[in-house]
Design a protein around this ligand. Structure first.
Ligand SMILES: [Mn+2]
Length: 358
């Protein structure tokens, strides 16, 4: 297994590459989407933290579309390689590129062509995976509070957000703010959402296979059946099986978020990990810890939550999983660089687990 580091788009700098390598990373997972542009977390240290957002959205979509060009991707791959990092995945499509794919809107086919172009560029730049989250609401219903050890500020959930999604917004980002006061996105059914995903996969999976790119699906965080009057896509562990069974392909895999899976009530996280690891269905892992289950859970330090992370490593090893683990999220630590300190702590713990003969 390999230790990776997740970069938000404003961290695509040699200094942050070196920080990741110093923390033990050999691989990188890159968010090209600028989640916070024009939003409440746009400035300073706030931008480093995973965006929480409220009903008003994280920010405005479409800021970084130039970074998806093959040449720009190649340059990023080469700059990271200079610092010792291999780019393993791009994480998340930009809502500006595929809002009508998620909404089943009139520009769906045109936007599917855009996504096909993105997949080709990523593949031709030598990046083997794209993580995605097929969601109308996106991340929602979360709060930031001192939930972790030592009153570390962290993310959790206390209740579902029931406010409807305004027109012009999808995936908790604005794709057209001028529509904000024109009403709300109509509610879909869960089956309608799945059929939108099937339509999408039918069109993009052959391209992904041809380009050698794995499409890796993230579950819904938080995993609740509905939020903001919209259905969720993968919010129970068995829905991952439905996703895999729809198309058996090396390009149809999982962005395996341990945190989100552990937030799902009513299953044994260790059995769930063993089940999907044995099927070789895991593209890469979000290796983070929590306590509680949705709709009442909190993100914790990696050694603090309810999941025995050492046991998870043992299960992944037994299944001969040889992919990349990244910390995903961590609580913020009290210092001048709260996000980086939290990440360095998680990376050190993960490095020790990987070096140990478990
Ligand atoms: Mn995750």
């Amino acid at each position: 297994m390999k230790l990776g580091f997740g970069f938000y788009s404003h961290m695509l700098t040699p200094r942050d590459y070196r920080f990741a390598v110093q923390s033990g990373a050999t691989h990188a997972v890159v968010h090209l989407v600028d989640y916070t542009y024009g939003g409440p977390q746009e400035a300073g240290n706030e931008k480093d933290n995973q965006p929480i957002g409220g009903g008003d959205g994280w920010g405005v979509a479409g800021r970084n579309l130039h970074l998806w060009d093959e040449e720009a991707l190649r340059q990023m791959v080469s700059e990271m390689a200079e610092q010792g990092l291999t780019v393993q995945a791009i994480e998340n499509f930009d809502p500006a590129d595929w809002y009508d794919v998620l909404l089943g809107g009139p520009k769906r086919d045109e936007q599917i062509e855009t996504i096909q172009r993105r997949i080709r560029a990523v593949g031709r730049a030598g990046i083997p995976a794209i993580g995605y989250n097929f969601s109308i609401t996106g991340v929602s219903s979360r709060v930031s509070r001192p939930f972790a050890r030592g009153n570390a500020e962290s993310v959790g959930m206390t209740q579902a957000d029931e406010r409807p999604v305004p027109k012009g917004m999808v995936w908790n980002m604005w794709y057209d703010q001028s529509l904000a006061d024109t009403g709300f996105q109509p509610s879909a059914s869960e089956e309608e959402l799945w059929s939108r995903w099937e339509y999408f996969m039918d069109a993009v999976l052959p391209v992904a296979e041809k380009e050698g790119v794995t499409l890796a699906a993230h579950p819904d965080d938080p995993p609740i059946p509905t939020a903001r009057q919209q259905p969720k896509f993968v919010w129970k562990p068995e829905q991952y099986q439905r996703l895999l069974d729809y198309a058996s392909s090396p390009a149809n895999k999982l962005e395996f978020c341990l945190g989100t899976l552990a937030e799902m009530p009513g299953h044994d996280i260790y059995q769930t990990v063993a089940n999907y690891a044995k099927q070789k269905a895991i593209s890469y892992v979000h290796f983070r810890n929590i306590s509680g289950t949705a709709p009442n859970y909190q993100e914790k330090f990696i050694d603090e939550g309810s999941v025995d992370m050492r046991h998870i490593i043992a299960i992944l090893k037994e299944s001969e999983f040889d992919g990349v683990l990244i910390p995903d999220h961590t609580p913020l630590m009290s210092c001048e660089a709260p996000w980086h300190a939290g990440m360095a702590f998680a990376m050190g713990y993960m490095q020790a687990l990987l070096q140990e003969d478990i």
